[in-house]
Design a protein around this ligand. Structure first.
Ligand code: DC
Length: 219
């Protein structure tokens, strides 16, 4: 059984997916982390996100793989574990800008489909229900207002003691939504057979319970 969760940045996909994966004994696959690992490579080599030819060539040469350690997904970039290096806004924005290219997507989609063929997975991203796992038994489109998502990110950064500006975070989120939803190749959109959940006024537990009940219905 496979569960697909798609939605915009900051909707709570990874928090929810991790909780459900633990509970159901599924493997959690964070596909954004793969696009981020690629983006880290492009940044390290000072590549220009708008140069499709250069980015496409590099994406074919780079090796991205996944390993699980104590149930946690680790992303390896050319054999190096880069989990600790991919969470910055800079890497997230580079991932959003370079995930528009078909060559980048082709390579990572193949890796994601292989992971799902080998195990029961709960996978989150932007194109899981529409493209990566079109036959997933359960598809969720998890969203929340841009304002709610910006506030969540702001609270997270403040809790870590980082200086940040709520308006700037919201602007960044809206720009990323626009890019992810308007690209030509596998844009972020709700699959026809996905259930849409707006988490703006829901607790994590409420969202988890809702998905649990959808899984029970489909099983
Ligand atoms: O979920 P995230 O913020 O880690 O994803 C970073 C970027 O990667 C996101 O803005 C768009 C891209 N991405 C994608 O195009 N397809 C996916 N399945 C997952 C992420």
């Amino acid at each position: 059984m496979n569960i697909a969760i798609d939605g915009p940045a900051g909707a709570g996909k990874s928090t929810i997916a991790k909780r459900l994966a633990k509970e159901l004994g599924f493997i959690y696959v964070d596909t954004g982390a793969m696009y981020r690992a690629m983006a880290l490579y492009f940044l390290k080599h000072q590549m220009d996100a708008s140069d499709e030819e250069e980015i496409s060539r590099a994406s074919e040469a780079v090796d991205i793989s996944i390993r699980y350690q104590d149930g946690e997904q680790q992303v390896l970039l050319n054999g190096e574990n880069v989990n600790g290096k991919i969470r910055s806004e800079e890497v997230g924005n580079m991932a959003s800008s370079t995930s528009v290219y078909p060559k980048v997507r082709k390579k990572l989609v193949a890796l994601q489909q292989k992971l799902a063929a080998d195990a029961d997975v709960i996978m989150d991203g932007r194109d899981i229900g529409t493209c990566v796992l079109p036959d997933a038994e359960v598809k969720i489109y998890l969203t929340a207002s841009a304002n709610t998502r910006a506030k969540r990110r702001y609270d997270e950064l403040r809790a870590k003691g980082e200086a940040c500006d709520l308006a700037a975070i919201q602007e960044d989120i809206e720009a990323r939504d626009y890019r992810d939803m308007h690209r030509e190749e596998s844009p972020l959109r709700q699959a026809k057979d996905a259930v849409c959940l707006d988490s703006s006024d829901m607790t994590v537990e409420e969202v988890v319970e809702k998905i649990r009940s959808i899984c029970r219905e489909r099983n």
